[in-house]
Design a protein around this ligand. Structure first.
Ligand SMILES: C[S@@+](CC[C@H](N)C(=O)[O-])C[C@H]1O[C@@H](n2cnc3c(N)ncnc32)[C@H](O)[C@@H]1O
Length: 382
């Protein structure tokens, strides 16, 4: 058994933790923008392939105390790196530091790199070179005060890169955030779903993949652990085919719509890349005119915030959204994410839940509105 740290985005720790428990991970515990678990290689492969809200999965190698640079250099040199890397291979170091002893993560990464390559030079008279894009081994160093934790990045490229997004329009959402919002919403993945401001289609594509049980990394060709010397091809093939065998058909509508032709086209390109063009219906209709595709379901919306995408009169624009929700979407649950708290305050609907999430650097409120007929919620918020 090894300890693993799964990195995620702020606010997604509870859904990631639930995802890990669902695939049978042991000792699951939430950290800041990460969740830890205990597991073996089997669980590491499953976690990489099946977790929708993971960004990277790091395997803990060791930890040691370091009170100065000499201790750090020595601790890294004490690890036998030839178990993980050859002298002709490539390597990248990521470092995160907190506390007062080591304050420059860039400098820490440099020192760790020196310790590793010096070991190879002494042993083989040759040394691995640095490649930050596609290295044989990506090493992650976390320093908390005087504790150095050495981890290996099993994912390689960040897991938000699902490999289906071939085209984007302005302000595309990170795929991990979209999946996290859907999981936070409690959608049963078995009833109608609509994104009326779909942009490049990230939210409805993630919804369709969840509903059809398509593993989030189904379209990815490589993981970091493929380059590890202990890569177990048979085990990997068994895990991949087990997860792929779960893929199923669905018989309820998933609707993506946007008022812009460019957004509609971009969504179609991405749907074709994911083979979901028959699963998600794409419309080019302004929300003010869009009709629900079913009497009830879940609507999820990422409207412009007036930050990266500008809106003329933001408060009136958001009030228009709320009016349309009240008039035409009764029977639905609506979830809206926005960094524009002022506009959400004047929305005209009372949220039944609020979750703080980050869209890039923007702190956002992700709010749920229950649209019952003649609803008590349809009152002005303070
Ligand atoms: C922030 S982007 C959505 C990004 C999307 N979640 C993605 O991942 O690509 C907002 C989208 O809302 C669309 N939009 C703005 N006003 C609209 C309206 N009244 N009706 C429909 N779409 C609208 C814009 O064209 C834009 O594509």
């Amino acid at each position: 058994m090894h300890t693993f740290i799964v990195k995620t985005m702020s606010g997604l720790e509870p859904v990631l933790s639930a995802e890990l428990s669902a695939i049978g991970a042991q000792g699951v515990r939430e950290l800041k923008r990460a969740v830890a678990f205990e597991g073996d290689t089997h669980m590491m492969y499953r976690a990489n392939y099946e977790l929708r809200t993971a960004l990277r999965i790091l395997k803990k190698l060791t930890s040691f105390p370091a009170f100065n640079e000499r201790n750090l250099y020595g601790g890294i040199r004490d690890i036998d790196w030839s178990q993980y890397l050859g002298p002709g291979d490539t390597l990248a170091i990521d470092a995160v530091t907190s506390g007062t002893v080591f304050t420059h993560s860039h400098y820490v990464a440099q020192l760790v790199k020196d310790a590793i390559v010096d070991q190879f030079r002494d042993k083989y008279n040759r040394r691995p070179t640095v490649n930050t894009v596609a290295p044989t081994l990506r090493v992650s160093i976390h320093i908390q005060g005087t504790t150095v934790i050495v981890l290996l990045d099993s994912s390689g490229d960040s897991l938000h890169r699902r490999n289906y997004r071939k085209d984007t329009v302005e302000a595309p959402m990170n795929e991990v955030l979209a999946a996290g919002m859907i999981l936070h919403s409690g959608w049963d993945a078995n009833s109608a779903f609509a994104d009326p401001m779909c942009g490049s289609g990230t939210i409805p594509i993630e919804a369709a993949m969840l509903a059809k049980k398509i593993p989030p990394q189904y379209f990815r060709e490589k993981f970091g652990f493929f380059r590890w010397p202990d890569f177990d091809t048979a085990l990997w093939n068994q895990i991949k085919s087990g997860a792929d065998a779960q893929i199923c058909d669905i018989d309820f509508p998933i609707l993506a719509s946007d008022k812009e032709l460019r957004a509609r086209n971009s969504t179609v390109v991405n749907l074709m890349a994911s083979g979901l063009e028959r699963v998600v219906t794409v419309d080019r209709v302004p929300f003010e005119k869009l009709l629900p595709p079913a009497p009830s379901g879940l609507l999820m919306m990422n409207p412009p915030y007036d930050e990266r995408l500008m809106v003329e009169d933001t408060i009136a624009f958001y009030q228009g959204i709320a009016d349309r929700l009240k008039q035409c979407w009764t029977g639905w649950n609506a979830w809206v994410i926005s960094s524009n708290r002022d506009a959400l305050k004047h929305f005209g609907l009372r949220p039944s839940r609020r979750i703080t999430l980050f869209n890039g650097a923007l702190e956002c409120s992700f709010q749920r509105f229950d649209l019952y007929e003649g609803s008590k919620n349809i009152t002005e918020t303070d």
